[in-house]
Ligand binder design. Structure first.
Ligand code: 13P
Length: 258
């Protein structure tokens, strides 16, 4: 089976001191329990990238990411950060197209495509987020909508390039304080659609949106799901470590069960 990717975006939270404390805890945990079945990753705010990189160290089993990056290499783009800059700061992953960026910051399918290409060009892993609104879901168009987002962002990639992509399906109605946790039944069809197109061709197909300690194990059971992308539950280190343990237990059970 494929490695389970379990990671968190901190969104716009944490001071440097908080970031360091969280990262120190993860570093110490991973020093004791190296798992090859689970790939941890953490995506802090830009301000904390180098601090977290420094704490985790170069040989950390955990990957480090940024929550966005511009598609150009450098230049007059006030307020933006380029992929080479993110890489220079220690990032290995670029999160692209989170619904909050699509809703509030003008991210489009066209810009996600440019950003995916930029990340791949520099050897970073694009973590492409896709997800439909409650309205689209109610109209019965979830699978078609998310496939269009994915196809648009990944158009024109070679098989080798596609193999380095991670996709996170995060239905907007399930994300954040105003979201409600998705039921397993609601996720079967979208993951079947994504799996039919991408399973075995990409690095990972994750679920995100109100993942918590009660639903994580069941979410990992869904066919084609190979990881979890988590906000609030993982902002406290204890929550994140418990999620890692749930994923490890899942991987172990899969191995035993074949
Ligand atoms: P929550 O887990 O807080 O719902 O956030 C999910 C998310 O948006 C991760 O990118």
């Amino acid at each position: 089976m494929s490695t389970l990717w379990v990671g968190t975006s901190w969104k716009m939270t944490k001071t440097l001191a908080e970031a360091r404390t969280w990262a120190e805890g993860l570093r110490d945990h991973l020093a004791q329990t190296a798992s090859t079945a689970v790939q941890p990753f953490v995506i802090p705010s830009f301000t904390a990238t180098t601090a977290v990189a420094g704490v985790l160290g170069e040989d950390s089993p955990a990957l480090l990411g940024v929550q966005n990056a511009h598609w150009e290499e450098a230049g007059a783009w006030t307020g933006e950060v380029s992929v080479p800059q993110a890489k220079d700061a220690g990032a290995q992953i670029v999160e692209i197209g989170h619904s909050e960026r699509r809703e509030h910051f003008g991210e489009t399918v066209a810009t996600t495509r440019l950003k995916v290409a930029a990340a791949l060009r520099h050897g970073l892993t694009p973590l492409l987020c896709i997800g439909e609104s409650a309205e689209v879901k109610e109209a019965g168009g979830s699978s078609e909508f998310i496939l269009e987002q994915a196809r648009g962002a990944l158009a024109g990639l070679t098989d080798e390039e596609l193999s380095r992509v991670v996709i996170a399906y995060e239905p907007i109605w399930a994300i954040g304080e105003n979201g409600r946790p998705a039921t397993v039944a609601e996720l079967i069809e979208p993951f079947a659609a994504l799996g039919a197109e991408y399973s075995g061709r990409i690095t990972g197909l994750l679920y995100g949106g109100s993942v918590n300690l009660d639903n994580a194990a069941a979410l990992l059971e869904i066919e084609h799901v190979t990881g979890l992308f988590v906000g609030r539950t993982a902002w406290q280190l204890e929550g994140y470590l418990e999620l890692l343990q749930i994923a490890e237990a899942h991987a172990e059970a899969e191995q035993i069960g074949g």
